[in-house]
Design a protein around this ligand. Structure first.
Ligand SMILES: *Cc1c(COP(=O)(O)O)cnc(C)c1O
Length: 395
């Protein structure tokens, strides 16, 4: 069987073979518990964890001791938001976020609302951008945290993180950034961007599933979220539990590879995505690119195919693996809340697919994908009475 062309890198990425190689010894001979430093097995594991802390820290401009291991970005977001909310309850109960955040931020905020926290969820414009002035005006003396993603998983839209960080810093409010889609793809520097807490996940950057990081600023200011998982006091008492040493070795190596490739790989992917986009619009009319035209991750294309239903289109092109909406909500067949927040009608949102390219995408695959998409859309439109009517009108 031929594998479908994988263009869903925003949902997850394959583990880079080099990452896999780095991990294997920690399943086998180096299986020690990194807390058991009374013998060599433990030392070796601890050393791997220390190396990985430095590798992750180097990619985002942090210190090794500011890296807290978690099970992934969902947990990191939970720890950041619930942890800050609980720890700094005396200072206030107000949190600011945005309508297009990942569910792992929005659902945590909704949960906190049930126990007396107040959440302001800022809107976005038709290109998916927030208004920094509106953010500034939303901050009150009760605000303890603002949480904005760096790059959106559905559209690739990049928020003005440095500007948001400056506002937060100026107003002395903690800034959490879900940078899961941005890390390794655009430069992220927690110091110059004034980020106090940052979430990232290995499986979005060619590492394994089930391991992630919460960066927690140690100085200027010192940030201390209350733990959400208790039991043993690992990770500076912020996240207990025996460390996932193979996963940690993997995420470290994955970050190191991202750092080594960030100067040229994004350009290659942007060119391939542009080729895909041009190829599609040269063969099809009524195609709209969603999200900001420039302030966007170039390797993500969220496209509306007018007069075609997104789910039907995916079924009509089984040789191309893409997604409608995000992997987290697509199971429920709901209209994308991200596109809806951008003012896109339900009809258009339901006609949208996300193409996300990655490290193993080739030009040959892009050429085939263009053909698959164009022929599938044409076939479906031939069956669409609505499209017929539009065409008739224009003849
Ligand atoms: C994938 C993703 C998450 C969730 O990460 P997991 O490691 O799968 O829990 C959170 N936020 C964003 C923006 C994502 O893309």
């Amino acid at each position: 069987m031929n594998h479908p062309i994988y263009l869903d890198y925003n949902a997850t990425t394959p583990v880079d073979p080099a990452v896999c190689e780095t991990m294997l010894p920690y399943f086998r001979e180096n299986f020690g518990n990194s807390s058991s430093v009374s013998h060599q097995y433990g030392f070796i594991a601890e050393k791997a964890v220390m190396t990985a802390r430095r590798q992750v820290a180097d990619l985002i401009g942090a210190e090794a001791k500011e890296i807290i291991w978690t099970s992934g970005a969902t947990e990191s977001n939970n720890l950041a938001i619930k942890g800050i909310a609980e720890k700094y309850r005396d200072k206030g109960n107000h949190i600011i976020t945005c309508q297009t955040e990942h569910k792992a931020v929005l659902d945590v905020c909704s949960y906190l609302e049930l126990s007396g926290y107040e959440v302001t969820c800022l809107p976005v414009d038709s290109q998916g951008m927030i208004d920094p002035d509106q953010l500034r005006k939303s901050i009150t003396d009760k605000t303890i945290l603002i949480s904005f993603m760096a790059a959106n998983n559905e559209t690739g839209v990049i928020h003005p993180i440095e500007e948001i960080g400056n506002i937060a810093h100026e107003k002395e409010v903690f800034f959490h950034c879900d940078a899961t889609q941005a890390v390794g793809k655009i430069p992220i520097d927690v110091k110059s961007m004034n980020i106090d807490l940052l979430s990232l996940s290995a499986h979005k950057i060619y590492g394994p599933k089930g391991i992630g990081v919460l960066y927690v600023r140690d100085r200027n200011p010192r940030v201390r979220p209350a733990p959400i998982i208790h039991g043993g006091g690992h990770e500076n008492d912020m996240r207990s539990g025996t460390l996932n040493v193979p996963g940690i070795a993997g995420i470290g190596r994955a970050c190191e590879i991202c750092k080594d490739t960030i100067n040229h790989e994004p350009e290659r992917l942007n060119n391939l995505a542009e080729k895909l986009y041009q190829g599609i619009i040269s063969q099809l009319d009524h195609v709209i690119l969603n999200g900001h035209p420039e302030k966007r991750l170039g390797h993500v294309l969220n496209l509306t195919f007018g007069y075609v239903e997104g789910e039907a289109l995916m079924l009509a092109m089984p040789d191309v693996a893409v997604s409608s909406g995000s992997a987290c909500t697509s199971a429920s067949l709901e209209t994308s809340y991200v596109l809806r927040a951008m003012g896109i009608s339900d009809d258009y949102a339901n006609s949208s697919l996300r193409f996300s390219l990655g490290r193993f995408t080739t030009e040959k695959e892009i050429n085939s994908a263009i053909g698959c998409v164009a022929s599938a859309v044409n076939r479906l439109r031939e069956m669409s009475p609505l499209y017929e009517k539009i065409i008739q009108k224009h003849l």
